[in-house]
Design a protein around this ligand. Structure first.
Ligand code: UPG
Ligand code: MN
Length: 691
């Protein structure tokens, strides 16, 4: 069979590597300069500055792993085998709280998943309702009813935008161009039905008792066997005394339940706010899973997380440009990207087998996978490829067994959450699962097609952005000091350069130290007239200047190549400092609290409800710090110190005229005050509002 995909290594590779060499030489000179000066005349500011620079250099080093060999990939879907030969795909949508995840929106995701361009009999959609809310079950019923007409409609006319909400919005206008009358009439009818469905959900959800979370409940599974993709609603059993393991637990339950019903060899995980924007994503992913070269050890195919609600002035960098444009492509050229938890196709085999090289099925399967024989049979069916057996099992028998595997005691004394399924090692179930798969020798691939396959809802104010940041960084920090640390466990199991990428993710808390020093010491010293950089007339000044220009221009080139502007470069610098500083400080505190048992582990669910006022500010590109007072404390303090020291020091400079000595600091402070101005504006508008 012809290869189903191709990749190109970044054409600038030799230049990038030369730059790495050049930058490291400059770093060596910097440390040579710092140490010799320090030995000669030790002072506290110099010691601290050197500490900060050592941290920045360490993180810089890990960062180079992402630049070592970035690749971009493309697929040849036309070379895929015929539809009858495609393997099954089970889609998992997880939801928890209708307050933060409006049911109507969740159903858009479900419907768009059901309408995926894939043979109907091979597609199944599972909705995990972790809140056990009546409105979610109600919404699912409505969604399935609507999908019965929507899915055939999309297939008949080859509609590309299969999320009904978007299709019926101005964004879907292209879909309506040059269509015949019959199409127009049908879509009118469907539009009315869709609006009706959303209205029903809204009315039903209007009653608070239908939206309240139930955390003491039996399993509830509803399944509709239709001609179109199967739809299954799963609310696993939950009891207050038994750990439920958040999303990781929900996904593992879905793995088992779906194993009994449809048992697709591949699963797609999407967050409930991430609708499918391109129906062909499953086929695109199959180009890796079915390719003879990559089929054996590809554990997952990751698509970028992209968002439908980004403003042109994305001041919070909600798109996380760096992650999905730079870092993931960099990892892809090594042994593959990390697992992002949404928009990823995962091989069931990889989630159950120790490594790609063990193809023998264990005899002590019950100890590992729990004691459902039916489930173990389903695994065997996938690994040995005999798919037909399960068709003979009557539906009520399957439903009964599904109750068993969805019960909260099922995982007791098994390997679920350890070597089997999604890992519970940290709350970022996906990140750690992807990482552990890599440790066990699996590969992954990253596909960044022109048309985004999945679109979700990004945080559009500072508070939401920070909450997310703190959740991620604190958990990653806990991973760094756990027994699975990339520094010990990872490094000994992965190629070293690849392990650096995970070292980087798990050690960003160190940025907090470096940034506090760099945001405080040069400033105070500027005020007092103590130099912390070489004189502008000294050759050593050049080393600092080179390092600054070298890293800034690298960042700028990255942004320009990704279609960004000078403006986005400047904005990204600001938000990077803010997020790195605040996010890391609070993440460290949260992690410490969790370690000491002060805080119980808790998953902060991100809010997917867009407030009108936040949206307005976000679109104007103005900072909105509402609700983020606590996060603002370190930022405000540092900003004030910077401003005071800037003007105070400037006054001193004009009087004393030791310009030569202080120009490094003068430049640094001007840069920071310039960056900080919009933050100040944001703080002021918050103040005036409170007052
Ligand atoms: O107890 C829980 C908590 C969360 N979720 C679901 O998990 C998903 C992700 O939660 P969210 O709060 O949206 O997390 P984000 O920080 O926005 O998402 C990123 O980070 C998460 C943690 O790693 C990943 O799970 C996500 O896939 C990834 O998009 C949502 O669909 C939730 O409904 C559950 O099902 N049960
Ligand atoms: Mn999310």
């Amino acid at each position: 069979m012809a290869t189903l995909h191709t990749h190109t290594v970044h054409p600038w590779l030799p230049l990038t590597r030369l730059h790495i060499l050049f930058h490291s030489l400059a770093l060596f000179s910097l440390f040579y300069y710092r140490t010799t000066r320090l030995l000669h005349q030790p002072t506290l500011p110099w010691l601290l500055m050197m500490l900060a620079e050592a941290i920045l250099a360490e993180l810089w080093l890990y960062n180079q792993a992402f630049r070592w060999r970035p690749v971009t990939r493309s697929v040849a879907m036309e070379k895929l085998p015929g539809e009858e030969k495609l393997p099954g795909v089970d889609i998992f949508v997880c939801t928890l709280d209708p307050e933060k995840e409006p049911t109507g929106q969740v159903m858009d995701t479900v419907i768009s998943a059901m309408a995926m361009d894939y043979p109907s009999g091979k597609l199944a959609v599972y909705l995990s309702d972790d809140g056990g809310c009546p409105v979610t079950l109600y919404g699912m019923r409505e969604a399935v009813e609507f999908a019965k007409e929507w899915v055939p409609f999309c297939r008949k006319y080859g509609v590309k935008l299969r999320c009904p909400k978007v299709f019926f919005s101005p964004m879907g206008e292209d879909e309506h161009l040059l269509r015949n009358q019959e199409f127009m009439a049908e879509q009118e009818q469907l539009k009315a039905k869709y609006n009706n469905m959303q209205k029903n959900i809204e009315i039903f959800g209007g009653d608070p008792k239908n939206c309240s979370l139930v955390f003491d409940r039996p399993t509830r599974i509803m399944n509709e066997q239709l001609e179109m993709p199967m739809a299954v609603y799963v609310s696993r059993e939950r009891r207050p005394t038994i750990p439920h393991r958040y999303k990781g637990g929900a996904l593992n339950t879905l793995l088992r339940v779906s194993g009994l019903f449809s048992n697709g060899p591949y699963v797609l995980v999407v967050d409930c706010d991430m609708y499918c924007n391109d129906p062909s994503s499953a086929k695109q992913a199959m180009c890796f899973f079915l390719d003879p070269e990559t089929s054996k050890d590809t554990a997952f195919v990751q698509f970028p997380q992209m968002f439908h609600n980004l403003s042109k002035k994305d001041i919070y960098d909600s798109q996380t440009r760096r992650a999905f444009k730079t870092l993931w492509q960099g990892m892809d050229g090594l042994r593959g990207p990390g697992l992002a938890g949404s928009g990823c196709y995962i091989s069931r085999t990889a989630l159950h087998l120790e490594s790609p090289n063990t193809n023998v099925f264990e005899h002590n399967a019950q100890n590992k996978f729990g004691n459902s024989t039916m489930y173990i049979e389903s695994l065997k069916a996938i690994m040995y490829g005999h798919q037909t057996a399960k068709k003979h099992i009557p539906r009520d028998v399957i439903l009964e067994e599904a109750q068993v595997v969805a019960s909260c005691s099922y995982e007791k004394d098994t390997n679920w959450g350890k070597e089997v399924g999604f890992s519970y090692a940290i709350l970022l179930e996906s990140t750690v699962t992807g990482y552990l798969l890599h440790c066990r020798g699996w590969r992954s691939t990253y596909l960044y097609p022109k048309r985004p396959c999945f679109l979700g809802c990004a945080a559009i104010d500072f508070k939401e952005g920070m909450l997310q940041q703190v959740k991620w960084i604190s958990e990653l920090f806990l991973l760094a000091i756990s027994k699975y640390s990339p520094f010990t466990y990872g490094i000994s199991r992965m190629p070293i350069i690849h392990s650096f990428t995970f070292c980087y993710f798990t050690s960003t808390t160190q940025y907090a130290v470096a940034l506090i020093i760099y945001g405080l010491i040069p400033q105070l010293c500027f005020f007092k007239g103590i130099p912390v950089f070489p004189m502008v007339t000294e050759a050593w000044f050049g080393v600092f200047a080179i390092l600054y220009i070298s890293s800034q221009s690298q960042h700028l080139i990255e942004i320009l190549c990704g279609g960004g502007s000078l403006r986005s470069w400047w904005d990204e610098q600001r938000i990077w400092i803010m997020k790195s500083l605040v996010g890391n400080i609070f993440a460290f505190i949260v992690a410490m609290k969790k370690l000491s048992g002060l805080n119980k582990a808790k998953f902060t669910l991100s809010n997917k409800v867009i407030e009108k006022e936040s949206l307005k500010k976000y679109e104007e590109g103005k900072f909105n710090f509402e609700g983020a007072a606590l996060f603002m404390v370190p930022l405000t303090i540092l900003l004030m110190i910077n401003i005071v020291c800037f003007f105070g020091g400037l006054w001193r400079l004009v009087n004393v005229k030791d310009f030569e000595k202080m120009s490094g600091q003068l430049f640094l402070l001007s840069y920071l005050v310039g960056l900080g101005y919009p933050i100040l504006e944001g703080i002021m508008s918050l103040k005036s509002k409170c007052g």
